[in-house]
Design a protein around this ligand. Sequence first.
Ligand SMILES: Cc1cc2nc3c(=O)[nH]c(=O)nc-3n(C[C@H](O)[C@H](O)[C@H](O)COP(=O)(O)OP(=O)(O)OC[C@H]3O[C@@H](n4cnc5c(N)ncnc54)[C@H](O)[C@@H]3O)c2cc1C
Length: 311
Amino acid sequence: MTGLLRGPTLWFTERTLVSRFITESSLGRRVVDRFVAGDDLEAGMAAARSLHTLGIRAMLDHLGENVESAAQAAAATDGYVQALKRIQETPDIDCNISVKLTQLGLDVSTEMCAENMERVLQTAKSADRALLVMIDMEARQYVDPTLHMYLGLRDRYPNVGVCLQAYLRRTRDDAHRIGGPGVIIRVAKGAYLEPPGVAFRTRREVRRSFAAITASLLARGSVVHVATHDPALIQGAQRFIRNRSISNRRYEFQMLYGIRRDLQQALVREGEPVRVYIPYGTHWYPYLTRRLAERPANVWFFLSNLLARGG
Ligand SMILES: Cc1cc2nc3c(=O)[nH]c(=O)nc-3n(C[C@H](O)[C@H](O)[C@H](O)COP(=O)(O)OP(=O)(O)OC[C@H]3O[C@@H](n4cnc5c(N)ncnc54)[C@H](O)[C@@H]3O)c2cc1C
């Protein structure tokens, strides 16, 4: 979905009544279960294993964002260190992780967040085969600090990558600045509510930006994670890759847990590298609201059930 319905949908999901309904009702739990693997790391690993049997790679996301204390940031870091060790014990499964800098304390202190990130990256590097640590991109006020932190780390840690959001008007320039041979970049449309001066509004503009950024990163030798469920963008990327004979070590198609499983498997059948982003943990509400905002049908489903129950 482009920005048009994202605002009203996020407003709707922020209402107390709605958040209570979603977090406390069995219907709400069923929807959460569609998008979130479960409450703990073992649930994330179980999802990774079942995707592995389908030929799909995994990326674990320990849910959480915008922590407000050093203790919370340390706990989130511990969670990721534990996840990395668990992945290292399971070498048959192709799995990496994705982190949010605000979960590692970016709102509390940049220095502390950098230290937490170093701990995560050191752990990821300590295996025979270094595990990839991707940095999610969050709302617009975090783009500069996130890219700054990423650029400060990547010379020492070749196993770090970052997400760029195609809906931001600035991203083509960012991609030009940070892209290059071997640099690992995830391209996603972007999931936050941003003002029109900052972000493209229409589906057409966002698609055009996504396609242009993906093509320019691939052309310049970057490793590109094409993170979308949009068939038009996937097919466009496939054409570009085929025309340029780009090796399948230089790209992956990535999708979110529970979304377009049919498309994930169709791509695997075509021989494409596919990875699924698997969120787990108990702090799932903000993640879920973004997934609801991407598809108004998800919200109308809730609304009609709320009304049927007399609000
Ligand atoms: C691996 C991965 C990592 C991501 N990381 C980030 C990040 O770090 N920062 C960030 O801002 N965003 C991130 N995103 C989210 C992304 O920005 C989009 O919000 C999201 O992928 C939906 O956009 P789309 O490209 O799938 O296209 P859309 O046009 O939104 O969707 C295309 C089709 O996919 C299906 N679909 C998409 N979303 C849903 C849904 N929620 N429920 C049901 N069906 C759906 C529908 O069939 C829809 O028609 C990530 C996405 C992926 C796949």
